[in-house]
Structures are given as structure tokens and as C-alpha cells.
Design a protein around this ligand. Structure first.
Ligand code: ADP
Ligand code: ADP
Length: 228
């Protein structure tokens, strides 16, 4: 479970990026976070993955008080949170298979389990036939599917997607949202997706949280821009 209680964050330049945020996201939810540029979406994500610490209030994820984590405990904490971004951030000299395997190697997974898990993940993201390809040989949608595979390889309970369809055409965006829905439904992964994509938000209705100037201005379980 994700819980923010009266969480605020200002940057050293005096910008109040988030103000008195109260928010609870239950395990297995799929939530959109929307709002204009500068409204605090990235800062919210950074509070969740421990990149930034709230100045006041608390951020609790699966029982861990994220702001109170010791530096050396942050990497282990982050294993439970998969992240994907608008730019794919794949390792260009590694194949699809190796990119996913790498995520498992860095967490010390035994090699036999790595082979098994990479096969499962390739199946889930439907890229079995591309395992030997390099990122630059893939379409944007396929590359994003690799990053999703890499992000879920260690079975995180939460997947954070920061504008995952930002660089994709509508058809590929559709593919990505359907894959995220499949992961949400079959793996029970909580999904927090930051997006500007009105079409997706209106078509694939999910709980939708709108930020503006660092405040939650809407939180609608019905979803869609029209219901806000
Ligand atoms: P969004 O993701 O919705 O665009 P951000 O969380 O990136 O919003 O930014 C919220 C506000 O905080 C903006 O005014 C932004 O300029 C400011 N901000 C974000 N990161 C920093 C930073 N590292 N230092 C100073 N100001 C920042
Ligand atoms: P996004 O498009 O994901 O909302 P932004 O363009 O707002 O991202 O910000 C990109 C990065 O720059 C983020 O890591 C954010 O924290 C940082 N950033 C945003 N505004 C500022 C700022 N005024 N000073 C320093 N860093 C900033």
C-alpha cells in the first residue's frame, strides 16, 4: 500500500512542488496521475522511489517509511518498485534478453533462475521472437515493452510509469496500456502511471488523480477527463 499523509516538498529554490498531499493507493490499483507541467507529478514519483524526501508529513510504501530510510537501504527498497520512463533507457549494446537479464543479475539472482525468469518475462511482454535483437533494431513500442519487462523482472509490487506512451503513436500507446493492464491483472502489480495522454485516460478508465500547483485538485475513481 502507498500512503502519503500531509506530505509536502519544496526545493531549495523555494518552489513548493507538493503541498499537504494526502493520498492512499491500495495494492493492485491502477492509477493515473495527470496535471500540467510543473504540477508536481515527477516530485510525487520521486517521493515514492526515495529520490527525494518530503520536508514534512510521511510517505509510507508497503509499511516502509520511505523518508526515514537509511541511504544504504534505499537500493533494496527500490527493488520493490519498477520504473519505466518516456525515454526507454535500455542498454544499447545488450540484446533484449540481456537487458532483462541484467536487471536480475544486479539483484544477485542465481543464473538458472535468471534464464527461467527472462523467458517468463519475454512471454509476458510478447517479445520471445526478439530476444536476440538490439534496442535500435526495435520499434518504439517494442523498446517500451522491453523496459516494462526489465522493470517487472524482479516482481516488484509497484510499477511506476512516467509518461510511458509519451514518445509513441496511438497504436503503440494502445499496446502499452494493454500490456500494463495485463500486468496489473495477472501479476497484481500496483500501477501508478503519469500521463498527458487524454485519449488513453478517457478510453481506459482508471482512478485518476489530478495535480495542479502541487495540490491534488481531483481524485476520481470513475476516471476520464470528462468526470473531473
Ligand atoms: P511535473 O512532473 O508535474 O512537471 P515537477 O514535480 O517536475 O512537476 O515540478 C514541480 C515544480 O517543482 C516545478 O515548478 C518545477 O520547476 C520544480 N522543480 C522540480 N524539480 C526541481 C528541482 N530539482 N529543483 C528545483 N525546482 C524543481
Ligand atoms: P516531466 O516532463 O517528467 O514532468 P520535467 O521536465 O518537469 O519532467 O523535469 C525534468 C527533470 O528536471 C526532473 O527530474 C525535475 O525534477 C527536474 N527539474 C524540473 N524543474 C527544475 C528546476 N527548476 N530546477 C532543477 N531541476 C528541475
Amino acid at each position: 500500500m502507498i500512503e502519503l499523509k500531509d506530505a509536502s516538498k519544496a526545493y531549495p529554490n523555494g518552489v513548493h512542488a507538493l503541498n499537504h498531499i494526502d493520498l492512499r493507493i491500495d495494492p493492485g490499483e491502477f492509477v493515473y496521475v495527470i496535471g500540467p507541467t510543473g504540477s508536481g507529478k515527477s516530485t510525487l514519483i520521486k517521493l515514492l522511489n526515495g529520490e527525494e524526501v518530503a520536508d514534512s508529513g510521511t510517505v509510507t510504501v508497503n509499511g516502509t517509511n520511505v523518508g526515514a530510510l537509511k541511504h544504504r537501504k534505499v537500493p533494496k527498497y527500490r527493488r520493490n518498485i519498477g520504473c519505466i520512463f518516456q525515454d526507454y533507457r535500455l542498454l544499447p549494446r545488450l540484446t533484449v534478453y540481456e537487458n532483462i537479464a541484467f536487471a536480475l543479475e544486479v539483484t544477485g539472482t542465481p543464473s538458472k533462475q535468471i534464464r527461467q525468469r527472462v523467458r517468463e518475462v519475454l512471454e509476458l511482454v510478447d517479445l520471445k521472437d526478439k530476444e536476440r535483437a538490439y534496442p535500435d533494431e526495435l520499434s518504439g513500442g517494442q523498446q517500451q515493452r522491453v523496459t516494462i519487462g526489465r522493470a517487472i523482472a524482479n516482481r516488484p509490487s509497484i510499477l511506476i510509469a512516467d509518461e510511458p506512451t509519451g514518445n509513441l503513436d496511438p497504436n503503440m500507446s494502445l499496446e502499452i496500456i494493454e500490456l500494463l493492464e495485463k500486468i496489473n491483472q495477472t501479476q497484481g502489480t500496483t500501477i501508478v502511471m503519469v500521463t498527458h495522454d487524454r485519449e488513453l485516460v478517457d478510453r481506459f478508465r482508471k482512478r485518476t488523480i489530478m495535480l495542479d500547483k502541487g495540490y491534488i485538485v481531483h481524485d476520481s475513481s470513475k476516471g476520464g477527463y470528462k468526470s473531473l
